[in-house]
Design a binder for this molecule. Sequence first.
Ligand code: SF4
Length: 404
Amino acid sequence: MLWVEPTLPHPEDTLRDLRSLVRSALEAGLAGRALEAEQAQVLIDCDAPAEIAALIAVAGHVRTLLKGTVVTYSPKVFLPVTNLCRDRCGYCTFRSDPDDVQAWTMLPEEIRAASRKGRGLDCVEALMCLGDKPELAFRSYRHTLSVLGHEDTIGYVRQACEIALDENLLPHTNAGLMTRDELALLKPVNVSMGLMLENISPRLRGKGEAHYYAPDKDPQRRMAMMRDAGELQIPFTTGILLGIGETRAEVVTSLAAIHDLHQRYGHIQEIIIQNFRAKPTTRMATKPEPQNVEIAKTIAVARLMTRDMNLQAPPNLSPYDHRLFLRAGINDWGGMSPLTPDYVNPEAPWPHVAVLKGTCSSEGFTLQPRLPLYAEYVERTGFVDPALRPTIQARAADRGVSLC
Ligand code: SF4
């Protein structure tokens, strides 16, 4: 079903005439209660236009009540340290083997040059995004690392973060699955880190599924890493990937697992609701992409499950649905760059900030830059290495970001 923009009435007016299960779930949301998993399931299963409109109206109302009308983005430089990866996810065009013509590993001077250029364009975040554990799969890459003076990728990523810090950017690393020791090694040079859960279902690692050839996409290992990050007090970004073969029930279970982790450790700074894009050269080239209404419903359900957590949708992956996603309850667009493409989705350009600002404004929101860690973590004891605070405060002052 394709979404046709409705004229949204007041959220309470939308509840009349709905099925009682739907109405009671939405009333719970309006009354300030986080949804139970069963209620979330009822809502995500809604397919009638009136029910979907009510769900979106209520979720948008709750977002504005709890998060206000500021919507944020992070001005960033995307630094794909290496695109070598030992995994082979069914939808990925980022990864390479060492003998592919498009394989790369950035040199320290390239990391410095891009960081400096990005800083010159007012970027704040240095996103270190790379393939998973390539040194376990490729001897030639192990040789590259040794020439660079490192035994493993994470050691080199630490050096890359130091270079970015030296250029006055704030690093945020997503290097795939990491051990607790690796997280601890990177914490002093990162203001936050990330790992997409994607989905908690082990079924997606089965034969023929998206993660069959991706041992690092084992959901229990990813949950374990996120628990480690919580114990180490690392502000953390995660999220779900919609459209990779999961069921709606598995989406709800994944969101509940992320929410539970945050309840326990308080470290999940944002949840990304990302949509799968079918790309011609991949195993999943002919799989259907999730429709905008499914993404919007998921955002709305996530909002009602997680209440005041930060919810993000990547604006370049759904360029025609920004208004819909704002209405459904997001409060962040994630990283956007004036310098570098989205190397994971190079076919999808970032929107122009001025255009996105206009869209936000026409929906009653103010678009503002943020840091790669949310302001609430800056002063929380243990979450940020004190040595990083001066750079954090300087970048906040540059971009007019309030740390209160
Ligand atoms: S999505 Fe990530 S882990 Fe999967 S193949 Fe691509 S780079 Fe590797």
